[in-house]
Design a protein around this ligand. Structure first.
Ligand SMILES: [Zn+2]
Ligand SMILES: [Zn+2]
Length: 403
């Protein structure tokens, strides 16, 4: 019998944003719902010793709430604590762990464990924190905590952290990037057939309607107006129409096909009115991470749809790093066409060999633009990728089931 997969919920955001408070309240809500003995048998409450190192063996929040936790400095330390009864792992400071936290988390989820973790997505330099891109790719439930910007008199929602002398403070996007307009990044992600594009189409149509009702009087003199948009797509994606983005239900918007970042930058330098940038399927673009960083540094509002995982279930190109920059992540699930029970988080690719449809091999090329003929959506249990390297933690967890 296949195990019903678990999932990962990530509570993330800037420093001083209330991540631990949110984790404590999550733990208490589960603790209060089940018998104590069962909770103690099935749950592990763990913290990295460097996560809030002032409170040893405790996860604590600013509002003085505290909860006992076992300190683990490495993935190996957590592995030792897991038993066949483990159903929940609450983890404070997932961003501080070594790289094995990624395959270990994958194995736990595949074995039915629910992980609820807190983590800092970005360093104070605005770069992804350790293995957070990979962790954010695995995540199913994104819970961003918004602190308050510490710039005197600001108080806007904070999504970034800055280092001042020897301490860290939260900052809003505008104060962090020192821009005239407030930058933002919405990422709509999920497997194929999860209705991502429809979100971008709806957003763009909303902007067009707003402009029809309130037309801009002095268009030529506008600067980075968030109601004036430019939507870009990858020039090799010709599935429906090169200059349109079309959803499965037939609704569409106009889009500018591009081959590289400099075409986008040229366009924006010639069209200074544009303040809102949309991207469809950003995983296909060449080097989209530096492009998105550049757009945020200039103050643009960016809205991007993407596959976060390729057909092998691995992070798709730059997307994992882009997830760490997002101010909002809209995670979409599809329907598992195989078991027809679980929500689908994976894209299943097929190959046709001698007229027989089979799952595509791990070593096949990553980009292959096709539709329902060669792709479907699948849950973690039904996703099949022959040739995929073994995850040693899958075996370790299986052994724990026997013992
Ligand atoms: Zn601010
Ligand atoms: Zn399934």
């Amino acid at each position: 019998m296949q195990t019903k997969p678990g999932w990962m919920e990530l509570i993330y955001g800037s420093v001083k944003s209330g991540k631990s408070r949110s984790l404590i309240s999550k733990i208490n809500s589960i603790k209060n719902a089940i018998v104590e003995e069962k909770f103690n048998r099935e749950s592990l409450i763990i913290k990295h010793p460097l996560d809030d190192n002032k409170t040893k063996e405790k996860i604590s929040s600013f509002s003085e709430e505290k909860i006992d936790a076992t300190e683990c400095g490495t993935t190996k330390d957590i592995v030792k604590l897991v038993t066949k009864h483990t159903k929940f792992i609450f983890l404070g400071g997932i961003h501080l762990f070594d790289k094995d936290i990624v395959p270990f988390s994958k194995a736990l989820i595949n074995n039915g464990v629910i992980i609820v973790a807190t983590g800092l997505n970005l360093t104070s330099d605005g770069e992804p924190y350790n293995y957070m891109p990979q962790i954010m790719t695995l995540t199913d439930v994104y819970n961003i905590e918004k602190g308050e910007c510490f710039t005197p008199g600001c108080g806007e929602n904070a999504y970034r952290s800055v280092k001042i002398n020897n301490h860290f403070e939260p900052r809003c996007m505008k104060c962090y990037y020192k821009t005239k307009k407030t930058p933002s990044l919405v990422v709509v992600t999920g497997p194929m057939f999860s209705q991502k594009t429809i979100e971008l189409i709806a957003k763009e149509k909303e902007k067009k309607r707003k402009l029809e009702i309130n037309p801009i009087k002095d268009y030529a003199n506008e600067f980075m107006n968030k109601d004036i948009s430019a939507i870009f797509k990858w020039s090799e994606d010709k599935r429906y129409n090169l200059e349109k983005i079309v959803s499965h239900d037939g609704s569409f918007i106009d889009a500018i096909p591009v081959e590289n970042n400099s075409q986008i930058i040229d366009y924006l330098q010639k069209n200074k009115q544009v303040g809102f940038i949309g991207f469809d399927e950003i995983q296909f673009f060449k080097e989209p991470y530096p492009l998105i960083k550049w757009l945020l540094e200039k103050g643009y509002s960016v809205y991007a749809t993407c596959l976060k995982k390729d057909f092998r279930g691995e992070g798709f190109g730059d997307v994992p790093k882009i997830l760490t920059l997002a101010t909002t992540i809209i995670n979409k699930e599809a329907y598992c066409t195989r078991c027809q029970k679980q929500p689908a988080t994976e894209t299943q690719r097929f190959i046709i060999e001698d007229g027989i449809k089979k799952p595509a091999n791990y070593n096949d090329p990553i980009i292959l633009v096709a539709g329902k003929d060669l792709y479907t959506s699948a849950c973690r249990s039904c996703h099949s990728v022959p040739g995929k390297p073994a995850n040693k933690y899958d075996n370790i967890l299986k052994l724990k089931q026997i013992n």
